[in-house]
Design a protein. Structure first.
Length: 387
């Protein structure tokens, strides 16, 4: 009775890890894909005020005028790109909806979508739902998981409709250099495909680096769809607001999809986003600094575990650690860690990348420390039982 397109989507094995963890109890969760910080007070107050003042009806389908104006100004100021707030910005139910809309509205069945591996799993799910064919390009830890435009070009065919990129990256933490992004935009222009540029972690870069948007290059507007979000920057995942920036002709088509599924994005949450953008950005910077400290602690402790090796990620809040030396599949290892140590993390195989595990540092230092101590003991036990 169900459609083939949904049956073709695999249920993530990760659910079985979560079920194991629930049974085990007293677990430390380092699989988190969301900030553990409380949403800044001014943002919460704005959402409450909007509800108290009766802003609880449908909003404009493309999103609040004020919010779209602020986003267009931000894009101009931060990335030097001109986007017209009236018809080139669409407010969505998180970046997740933006991704889905972009893939569904761009790809025909049979088209090819290039996905960089390891990947954020919804890229593959959206590609499958659109009936498109994923074409994988595998990145290497030796290259810091930075894509090579020449290798991507080899994967391009006349059927290529889009390339999905993500910087700062989940799960690798890589921040793509401006030169690489520029080359990718040039490729898209030369071979006439679209880049869906997921930039939801744009504010989470460390070590003095800055994020470059794919929007900032000449000719990008015709070839780039930027998917962005308020979720990670302002620790407001539950308020569900993101946005898409694209040329007016494309955005008009995206709107059909958005309107059919959502009518408009959550209205009180959009008021909260206006406050978030207009107010001081101190809390964003405080959270960023806290993540950097946590990252340093996590990477140091991961590298102190025999058989585990981890490079320092420069963005987002994930570390992708190499466990190949342990000689155990990543799902099995993740299950073992839950059962033996009560530590929950993500198996790389679920992200298309066997031999690695993803550890999130969107958790406080005490939890990270305790989890890494437990993980080290569990790994030592596993090693000694193999002897
Ligand atoms: C890479 C990436 N893109 C998009 C999203 C979607 O986030 P949201 O829908 O909360 O904006 C996430 C969430 O984890 C993510 O990691």
């Amino acid at each position: 009775m169900l459609a083939e397109r949904i049956l073709a989507v695999q249920r993530s094995p990760f659910y079985s890890i979560m079920e194991l963890a629930a049974k085990k109890g007293n677990c430390i969760y380092l699989q988190l894909g969301e900030p553990d910080f409380t949403t800044p007070k001014a943002i919460l107050e704005a959402a409450k005020k909007a509800m108290d003042e009766g802003h609880t009806h449908y909003g404009p389908d493309r999103g609040s005028h004020e919010l779209r104006q602020l986003i267009a100004q931000k894009i101009k100021k931060q990335y030097g790109a001109d986007y017209n707030w009236e018809d080139e910005i669409l407010i969505t139910a998180g970046g997740q909806a933006g991704l889905h809309i972009a893939v569904m509205a761009l790809a025909n069945p049979g088209d090819e979508i290039i996905i960089l591996v390891p990947y954020y799993p919804p890229y593959l799910v959206n590609t499958t739902l659109a009936g498109a064919k994923p074409v994988f390009v595998t990145l290497r830890s030796e290259d810091g998981f930075i894509p090579d435009a020449a290798e991507i070009e080899k994967a391009v065919s006349p059927k290529t409709k889009a390339l999905i990129i993500l910087s700062p990256n989940n799960p690798t933490g890589a921040v793509y250099p401006a030169g690489v992004l520029k080359r990718l935009v040039e490729l898209a222009r030369a071979h006439k495909f679209m880049i869906i540029s997921d930039e939801v972690y744009e504010c989470l870069v460390y070590d003095g680096l800055t994020h470059t948007s794919a929007l900032s290059f000449p000719g990008a507007k015709e070839h780039v769809v930027q998917v962005n979000s308020f979720s990670k920057t302002y620790a407001m995942t539950g308020l569900r607001i993101g946005y898409v920036a694209a040329s007016a002709d494309k955005l008009l088509q995206f709107l059909k999809y958005h309107h059919t599924v959502n009518i408009s994005a959550n209205v009180p949450s959009q008021w909260a986003c206006v406050t978030a953008m207009k107010g001081p950005q101190d809390s964003v910077e405080e959270m960023r600094q806290a993540y950097q400290k946590r990252r340093d602690l996590l990477v140091k402790m991961l590298n102190d575990i025999p058989g585990v090796q981890c490079n320092t990620p420069q963005g987002a809040f994930y570390a992708l650690a190499d466990i190949r030396e342990l000689g155990i599949p990543s799902l099995e290892f993740a299950e073992y860690l839950v059962q033996e140590a009560g530590v929950v993390l993500t198996n790389g195989s679920g992200l298309g990348y066997e031999g690695f595990i993803r550890v999130s540092y969107a958790a406080d230092e005490r939890k990270i420390e305790e989890a890494m101590d437990r993980m080290k003991k569990a790994v030592l036990k596993m090693k000694s039982s193999k002897k």
